[in-house]
Ligand binder design. Structure first.
Ligand code: CA
Length: 233
């Protein structure tokens, strides 16, 4: 299960930064830039966690949080409130808005990600599962074991990270450059063709005989984990 996070924040550069980094951590991220729109969205479907800025156009973050707490279905929704440095943040703490955690701007992205993870572990342990599953394929992030139809597969460390990264976002196409950033890291200088070599090794490790290949090559774009793999037989 991929944990879903809704970010309600009107500073676009910040929402882009948070979305990019939270998605790289394996979360499904949705963004809303207005308090009233966020309230409507939250009435339709609840995410697993809400990152809520307190200064918003439309309904303020404080008021939105109060309203969420007043409704039984969203009473326990995990909420991290973003506040501004200075007296406003002191005031907001005193207002007891019902948020589970507060992060004061400017904050570091790793700090926010750590808070998100800690809150999800506490409030939604079932969504922080170590197991990624698609069809007959199972990847365990804690034991680093991969199984297909119960049979254990033997992957090198790079192939493991590649599969883990692709399985986190089924259907999404990643360019070779994005895969290099996510799997090899930004500071490593390797040729984009290295990605092709490792995708080849990954395929060899996970597909036997005429088994369906879950990795899609998208010409001119990159690779993705076939979202139909999970449902088709
Ligand atoms: Ca704001």
């Amino acid at each position: 299960m991929i944990p879903r996070i809704l970010i309600v924040e009107d500073e676009e550069p910040l929402t882009l930064l948070l979305r990019y980094n939270l998605e790289a951590e394996g979360y499904a991220v949705d963004v809303c830039m207005n308090g009233d729109e966020a309230e409507l969205k939250l009435r339709e479907a609840l995410p697993d966690l809400l990152v809520l800025d307190w200064m918003l156009p439309g309904l303020s973050g404080i008021e939105l949080c109060r309203r969420l707490r007043a409704r039984p279905e969203s009473r326990d929704l995990p909420v991290i409130m973003l506040t501004a440095r200075g007296e406003e943040s002191e005031r907001i703490r005193g207002l007891s808005t019902g948020a589970d955690d507060y992060v004061v701007k400017p904050f570091s992205v790793p700090e926010l990600i750590a808070r998100v993870r800690a809150l999800l572990r506490r409030a939604r342990p079932e969504v922080i599962s170590s197991l990624l599953r698609a069809g007959e394929l199972e990847l365990d992030r804690e034991t680093h074991r991969v199984h297909r139809s119960g049979r254990e597969l033997h992957l090198g460390p790079t192939e493991f990270r590649l599969l883990e990264f692709l399985m986190q976002s089924p259907g999404r196409v990643f360019s070779r450059e994005q895969l290099l950033d996510a799997v090899w890291g930004r500071d490593v200088y390797v040729d984009e063709r290295t990605v092709d070599v490792h995708v080849g090794r990954l395929r060899k490790a996970i597909n036997r005989g005429r088994q369906r290949d879950p990795i899609r090559t998208v010409r001119g774009a990159g690779y993705s984990f076939d979202e139909r793999f999970a449902v088709a037989r």
